[in-house]
Each structure stands twice: as C-alpha cells, then as structure tokens.
Design a protein around this ligand. Structure first.
Ligand code: NAD
Ligand code: ZN
Ligand code: ZN
Length: 347
C-alpha cells in the first residue's frame, strides 16, 4: 500500500510503498477514508535526531476515519463495513486512567511502548491503518468522514480543554482563543455551542481572523504586542475568564497570562515551547489556574461526535490525495491552510 512517511530527520515526508498490514489477534484493519494533518506533526518533524522520540520511518497521521475491512482473531464489537473514527491516544486499557476512559493520560503507555497512530505507531495517512483494539473505534453514525477526521484531535483536544472551563463561562464572561487554525476554528464553534460567553479570537493572519469571524467569534484581534491591551479594553479592563492558547509560543503564553481575569483558567494547548510561570513572583492575577492538557478522553470523543451530528460544529477542510499529502504539510507549515487539511488516501 501507499503511505506518507517521515523517513529522514530534517527532510520532507515522502509517499512510499510499504507492505499491506494484516491484523493480528485483537486488531482491526481499517481502509482509511480520511486523515487530518495536524501542526503537531510539524513540531515532531522539527526535532533534532538527539531528541527525536520515535523510530523511523514513521507513517504520519493521528486523525483517522475509515471502514473496517478485516478483523484479527478474537475481535468483537465491530463488523466489516462499519465506518468509524479512531480514538488516537491509545493506552493500556487497564490502569485507573484508562478505566475512566482517559487513555490520553494512561499511566503505563510509555513503559509498555504503546504509541498513538502517527505518533510512534504507523499512522492514518496511508491506504490502510491497523487499530490495536476495537475499543479505539467510535462509530461515525452518519457523520461525513472528511469533517469527522479532524474531530478526533482538533475537535477532541479543543473540547477537552473547554470542558474544564465550562463553569466559568457564564453569561457576561469572555473566552479568548489564540490561534484560529485547525484547533482554534473548532474551539470557537465549541465555545459558541456550549457557552454563552463572548468569544474573542486572536491570530497573526487576516485570513484566519476572517475564518474566526465566519465560524462565530464575536471579536477578532491581531495577535501582536498590543493584543493584550486590546482584549483587556474589550472586557472593561477585567480580562477573560478563560483563555485557550492554541499556539503556545513565548509571546502567546505571555498574552494569555496578560488577558487573564482574576480566577481565570489559562489553557496552553499549543506546542510552541512557551511557559507561563505561576507563583507570587509572577504577574498573574490571584487564583488563575494554568494547565497544559494533552488530547482528550474516549467519552469526550463520543461527545464531540454527537455535537457534530447535531450540526453545531462545521470543520472547514481542504482535501488532498495521498500523492499530494507532502504539499498539505508544506501549506500547513507556511500558514496557508484554512481550517484543516484532510488527506483522502483511497481517492
Ligand atoms: P494550525 O497551524 O492549523 O493553527 C495555528 C494557528 O495559529 C494559525 O492560524 C496561525 O496563523 C496562528 N498563529 C501562529 N502564530 C501566532 C501568534 N503569535 N498569535 C496568534 N496566532 C498565531 O495548527 P493546529 O493543528 O491547529 O495546532 C495548533 C497547536 O496545537 C500546535 O502547536 C499543535 O502542535 C498543538 N496541538 C496540541 C495538542 C494537545 O494535545 N495539546 C493536540 C493537537 C495539536
Ligand atoms: Zn494533533
Ligand atoms: Zn492505561
């Protein structure tokens, strides 16, 4: 089969031919319908050989949707022909976090060498994807595969972050979204669907600010050195009750801290390498809580897909063939993707 692989440190990913995978005991084989392209892959591919976390070559793609085409021995609960979205942060299935469905925080995944597809295990940007266990599959139940694929990470990660702050996003409150890309443009819609908060979006690109408005942001602000003052002015000087930073770079985490209201939640989801110090030596208002979450739980993925079925979320996508997948990464790297790039590995 054809697959998109990152093969050489520092080089662009390549479309190559690899052996067709076959499901072992307990595994499910999917024919991939759609696979999303996430900025985290660019962060992974930017790492030097000394700190590169996975074995090469690595088949990319951690947002996948497909059709079940073969079952390994002992698999129950799914059938050939089922269309399903893949829950990506695979865990051991038995530790206390996994028992709660929070496999994204599995206590044993690292020790057992369990890796998400596309982030250590062979990923979804390929004609076929091996899924380690049927529990990682959530039925599409009528959802369009192209818009469902990004919901498994861009949707799930945003949803998990927002869910923590729902109690603070009461009428009259403000939520700030920094970075209106793949994750951010979904986050804006989730905030509009789940809360009465006023949503303020920040980005460096006029196109992304246009998209932010289109998907429901009440206000947009250019993300520069004056952005924090502009957001504070929009809130009568008080700041925002929740701030979601989908860039996570030094300047954006600084902005995130500077726009936080007293008792606000600041969530840093972007992998930009910035850090926001907490403590009485810092400049945050009292009782601000700062967190850096990873992906989301299995039940949260089910909730995101349910919300999408109700029509509350519409992912903006641009589609590419498998042969065009390297171009999708180039465009994402250049900041040119509007919403999410989605690869269609089987045409
Ligand atoms: P993306 O490229 O689609 O979107 C990033 C957006 O940020 C773009 O619109 C870009 O214009 C904007 N941006 C860049 N610099 C900015 C700045 N200084 N101020 C404001 N906006 C700025 O990326 P994505 O796929 O949405 O991913 C966003 C981030 O989230 C990445 O860092 C990714 O690695 C990370 N991520 C984290 C998790 C997690 O579990 N924590 C999961 C998925 C993605
Ligand atoms: Zn991702
Ligand atoms: Zn576990």
């Amino acid at each position: 089969m054809k697959a998109l692989q990152y093969r050489t440190i520092g080089a662009a990913p390549e479309v190559v031919t690899v052996p067709d995978p076959e499901p072992g005991p307990g595994q499910v084989l999917l024919k991939v319908t759609a696979a999303g392209v996430c900025h985290s892959d660019i962060a992974v591919m930017s790492r030097p050989a000394e700190t590169f976390p996975y074995a090469l070559p690595l088949t990319l793609g951690h947002e996948g949707v497909g059709t079940v085409v073969a079952l390994g021995n002992g698999v129950t609960g799914v059938r050939e022909g089922d269309q399903a979205a893949v829950y990506g942060p695979w865990g051991c299935g038995t530790c206390t976090k996994c028992a709660q469905g929070r496999e994204n925080y599995c206590l044993r995944a690292h020790e057992l060498g369990i890796r998400p597809p596309g982030l250590g295990s062979p990923g979804a940007i390929a004609e076929y994807l091996l899924v380690d266990d049927a529990r990682h599959l959530v039925p599409l139940d009528g959802l369009d595969p192209v818009s469902a694929a990004p919901l498994t990470d861009a949707g799930l990660t945003s949803y998990h972050a927002i869910k923590r702050s729902l109690p603070k996003l009461v009428p009259g409150s403000t939520a700030v979204v920094i970075g209106a890309g793949g994750l951010g443009h979904v986050a804006i819609q989730l905030l509009r669907a789940l809360t009465p908060a006023r949503v303020v979006a920040l980005d460096v690109s006029p196109d992304k600010l246009r998209l932010a408005t289109e998907v429901g942001a009440h206000e947009v602000v250019v993300s520069d050195a004056d952005a924090a003052d502009a957001v504070r002015a929009l809130t009568g000087g008080l700041g925002a009750e929740a701030v979601f930073d989908f860039v996570g770079a030094e300047p954006t985490v600084k902005t995130a801290g500077a726009v936080a209201a007293v008792e606000a939640d600041v969530t840093i989801a972007g992998l930009g390498g910035g850090a926001l110090p907490v403590g009485f030596g810092g400049a945050l208002p009292f009782d601000v809580s700062v967190t850096a979450p990873y992906w989301g739980s299995r039940s949260e993925l089910m909730e995101v897909l349910s919300l999408a079925r109700s029509g509350a979320v519409s992912v903006h996508t641009e589609t590419y063939s498998l042969d065009e997948a390297p171009l999708a990464y180039e465009r994402l790297h250049a900041g040119k993707v509007d919403g999410r790039a989605v690869i269609l590995p089987n045409g």
